[in-house]
Write a protein that binds this ligand. Structure first.
Ligand code: TYM
Length: 336
C-alpha cells in the first residue's frame, strides 16, 4: 500500500483564471488539511511553447503568489518550481523510453495545441505527458487534483506506471494514481462559447475571468456572457444541450459551494438577467479578494522566492531518494 500523497501542477503562463481556480486550485486548498500535498509550478512545461524569459520569470512569481492567495499554506504544503528539481527532467527521460510513440500520438491535447501544423510543433510538446507523469510519479503521488482536460494525461501516467512496474519486475513500485476531478464543474467553459473550455490561450479576454480582474471587469464580462433565449429551468434535464446556460449555472454552484439542483431550485423560471446579477455578486465576492492578495504578495518578491526555495529543498529530498531507487531498478549507475 502506498501512503496517500497529493501532487498537482500549474503552468506559469500568466493570467490564471476561474477555470484554473474552480477546476483545480480550489480543490488543492481543500486537500491540504487531509493529505500531504505537493504543488508545483511547472515552468519546464511552459517552455514547450516559446516564452519570453523575463515574462516567464515574472509568471513563476505570479503563480506562487496565486497559490498563496487562494489559501495554500506554504508551511503545510510543499510548494516549489519544477526547474529547481532536476530529477523531474531525468525521470522524464526514463519515461520517454517507457512510453510508446503510439501512446503519444493519441493525446488529444497535443493535437489541439499543435494545430494543423503538427510538423512544426516542438518535440517537447509531444512528449510533455511523459514529463507530467514524471512530476507525479517522482513523488509516488497517489491522488492528483486536476480539471477534466488533464484526464487523458493521467490515464497515460497510469499506463506508464503499470508498464514500468511490469517491465522491471517491480510490482507496485509506482502507485496507480487516482485523478480527483470536480463533479460539479469538471470543465469551466468559455463565456463566449459554451463548447470551448475557458483558457488562457483564447484570444478574447472576454472569454474568461482572470483572478486579477477588477469588480467592474467581472461585471462587464458576465453581463456580456453568451446565454440563450429561454429562462432558467427548474430541473436539470432542462439544461440539456444548453452549454452556455449550463456553464454559468455550474459556475454559480461551484463558487457558492452548492449543488446545481439547488441553483435551479432558487432560479428556476427566472430570466438570465436576474441570475447574472447574482452571479456577478458571487464571483466578485470570491475572486476579487484573491486578485487583491496576489497584487499585494507580488510587492515582496523576496518573500515569494523564500517560499519557493524552501519548497525546493523539501521536494528535492523526496525526489532524489526516489530517483536513486528508480536508477537502481533500471541498472543505471549514478556516482553522486
Ligand atoms: P494548466 O496549467 O493548463 O492548468 C492548471 C490546472 O487548471 C485546470 N484547468 C481547468 N479546469 C477546469 N476548467 C478549465 N477551463 C480549466 N483550465 C485549466 C487544469 O486541468 C489543471 O488542473 N499539464 C498541466 C500541468 C501539469 C500537471 C502536472 C498537473 C504538469 N504536471 C502533474 C497535474 C499533475 C497543465 O497544463 O495545466
Amino acid at each position: 500500500m502506498h501512503k496517500k500523497r497529493v501532487f498537482s501542477g500549474v503552468q506559469p503562463t500568466g493570467n490564471l483564471h476561474l477555470g484554473n481556480y474552480l477546476g483545480a486550485m480550489k480543490k488543492f486548498v481543500s486537500l491540504q488539511d487531509e493529505f500531504e500535498c505537493i504543488y508545483c509550478i511547472v515552468d519546464l512545461h511552459a517552455i514547450t511553447n516559446k516564452q519570453d524569459p523575463e515574462e516567464l520569470r515574472k509568471n513563476v512569481l505570479e503563480t506562487i503568489a496565486s497559490f498563496i492567495a487562494v489559501g495554500l499554506d506554504p508551511v503545510k504544503n510543499i510548494i516549489f518550481n519544477q526547474a529547481s528539481v532536476s530529477a523531474h527532467s531525468e525521470l522524464a527521460w526514463v519515461f520517454n523510453c517507457v512510453a510508446r510513440i503510439g501512446w503519444m500520438n493519441r493525446m488529444t491535447q497535443f493535437k489541439e495545441k499543435a494545430g494543423i501544423n503538427k510538423e512544426n510543433a516542438s518535440v517537447g510538446l509531444l512528449v510533455y505527458p511523459n514529463l507530467m507523469a514524471a512530476d507525479i510519479l517522482l513523488y509516488k503521488a497517489t491522488h492528483v487534483p486536476v480539471g477534466e482536460d488533464q484526464k487523458q494525461h493521467l490515464e497515460l501516467t497510469r499506463d506508464i506506471a503499470k508498464k514500468f512496474n511490469n517491465d522491471f519486475k517491480s510490482e507496485n513500485y509506482f502507485p496507480i494514481v487516482e485523478p480527483l476531478i470536480s463533479k460539479e464543474i469538471p470543465r469551466v467553459m468559455s463565456l463566449r462559447d459554451g463548447k470551448k473550455k475557458m483558457s488562457k490561450s483564447e484570444d478574447s479576454d472576454q472569454s474568461r475571468i482572470n483572478l486579477k480582474d477588477s469588480k467592474d471587469l467581472i461585471n462587464q464580462k458576465i453581463k456580456k456572457a453568451k446565454t440563450d433565449n429561454n429562462s432558467i429551468p427548474s430541473d436539470i434535464n432542462g439544461l440539456k444541450n444548453r452549454h452556455e446556460a449550463s456553464n454559468l449555472i455550474s459556475i454559480y454552484a461551484s463558487v457558492n459551494n452548492i449543488k446545481v439542483s439547488e441553483v435551479l431550485n432558487e432560479f428556476g423560471g427566472k430570466n438570465f438577467s436576474t441570475f447574472k446579477s447574482k452571479l456577478v455578486e458571487s464571483v466578485v465576492e470570491k475572486i476579487c479578494p484573491i486578485g487583491e492578495k496576489i497584487t499585494k504578495l507580488l510587492k515582496d518578491e523576496n518573500n515569494l522566492n523564500e517560499i519557493l526555495e524552501n519548497g525546493v529543498k523539501n521536494a528535492d529530498l523526496i525526489a532524489t531518494k526516489h530517483l536513486k531507487e528508480i536508477y537502481k531498478i533500471l541498472g543505471l549507475t549514478k556516482f553522486t
